[in-house]
Design a binder for this molecule. Structure first.
Ligand code: CA
Length: 376
């Protein structure tokens, strides 16, 4: 930048520079040939969430750095250009060039959107990326998104989420009846079968709804975000896991026209920034969640696993829901069938080395903690 502005100040345009200083021009030629492009990105997140909004900003920062400041993306938080749940429309209409969001927010238009994020009892964060980039998922989702004039990339992941905040304990399946529960994505279709009254509420409205008692329970992501949003102040029972979000991928949605107008160098930069954002966000969550959980527990939060029979009933309801949607929706079926095959193979594969390793480490840590406690 400095050298370029010096050339400008010195009255040396690039063409003039080519005559006067061929060495410098050769070094600058590739970048100099690329246009200056400014994009706008609508995000579904408030600025206060430095995990999710931070992921959107990370993409913008890396794109600018890698293009020498020639390709810039200005990120707008939820509500600045469009609401948290209108990002897809804004990209589709060309209001913004791109949007950072969760595809499953738009499951009301078509439940197929949810595969880009997660569906209940689906993939974990690694499996989601594996499906997308090596398991045929991206091709299937790109074909689906074509009808919306959008090209999609995975651009973040939260890891397995928590099950959320409940005013009352959930001891049996019957406790779900009539429960007004805010949750993300297609989980609402599943839980409705068990009597839950699902609520899709944008992030900024969750706390007031839970505080007023308009809803009985709410989930967002996990300890770090949930602590910031303050849910523990109004509902003390913190359940796990968020079985509807085993490893939800966040999407960068780009208008096809905007994407095609980018030089291939900028396309490559943006693609790389999205891949980096995926691991940046996931690793950030993994680092910041454990201390946040400790703080929540110190504040009197009651940590509880969903009972097995509740999980089993939800699993059964999920499988029924998918079969019903697939029987009516050819687009969903086209993605669901290979997705399910991939998931089932992944469960088998992860059950071998990964699960044995994790389970051994957990049980060893627990038994040494018990021994240490007994000595005291
Ligand atoms: Ca969630």
């Amino acid at each position: 930048m400095q050298r370029r502005s010096f050339l400008k100040k010195a009255g040396l345009g690039l063409a003039a520079g080519a005559v006067a200083a061929p060495v410098i021009v050769n070094a600058q030629a590739p970048a100099a040939g690329l246009p200056t492009i400014s994009w706008r990105m609508a995000a579904s997140w408030p600025k206060s969430l430095d995990t999710l909004y931070g992921g959107a900003e990370h993409i913008a920062k890396r794109v600018s750095e890698a293009s020498g400041g020639k390709f810039t993306i200005k990120v707008f938080a939820a509500g600045e250009i469009v609401g948290a749940l209108q990002v897809l429309d804004a990209v589709q209409n060309g209001t913004v060039e791109c949007g950072h969001t969760a595809g499953y927010y738009y499951f009301g238009k078509d439940p197929t959107f949810a595969f880009g994020t997660s569906i209940p009892f689906g993939l974990n964060a690694r499996q989601q990326y594996a499906w997308m980039y090596h398991g045929g998922g991206l091709e299937l989702m790109r074909e689906f998104y074509k009808d919306y004039n959008i090209i999609n990339f995975q651009a973040g992941n939260t890891g397995t989420q928590m099950g959320g905040w409940f005013r009352k304990e959930i001891k049996t399946v019957a406790d779900l009846k009539g429960l007004k529960f805010r949750m993300g994505g297609t989980a609402g279709l599943v839980l409705a079968k068990l009597g839950v009254v699902p609520q899709q509420i944008a992030v900024g409205d969750i706390y007031p709804s839970l505080e007023k008692g308009t809803i009985d329970a709410a989930e967002w992501v996990g300890p770090y975000d949930d602590e910031k949003l303050g849910f523990y102040k109004v509902a003390k029972h913190y359940y796990y896991p968020g079985w509807w979000e085993g490893g939800p991928g966040l999407d960068l949605l780009i208008g096809t026209k905007a994407w095609e107008s980018l030089p291939k160098e900028y396309q490559a930069i943006l693609q790389a920034a999205c891949a980096e954002a995926y691991i940046w966000m996931l690793s950030k969550y993994d680092a910041v969640n454990p201390p946040a959980l400790k703080r929540l527990l110190a504040n009197g939060v009651k940590l509880l696993p969903f009972p097995n029979d509740v999980m089993a009933a939800c699993y059964k309801a999920s499988e029924e829901t998918y079969a019903e949607i697939a029987s009516k929706n050819a687009k969903f079926k086209k993605v669901y069938e290979p997705w399910k095959k991939f998931r089932d193979e992944q469960i088998q594969w992860f059950s071998i080395a990964e699960a044995r390793f994790d389970n051994f480490m957990v049980s060893t840590q627990r038994s040494s903690q018990k021994k240490a406690a007994a000595k005291k």
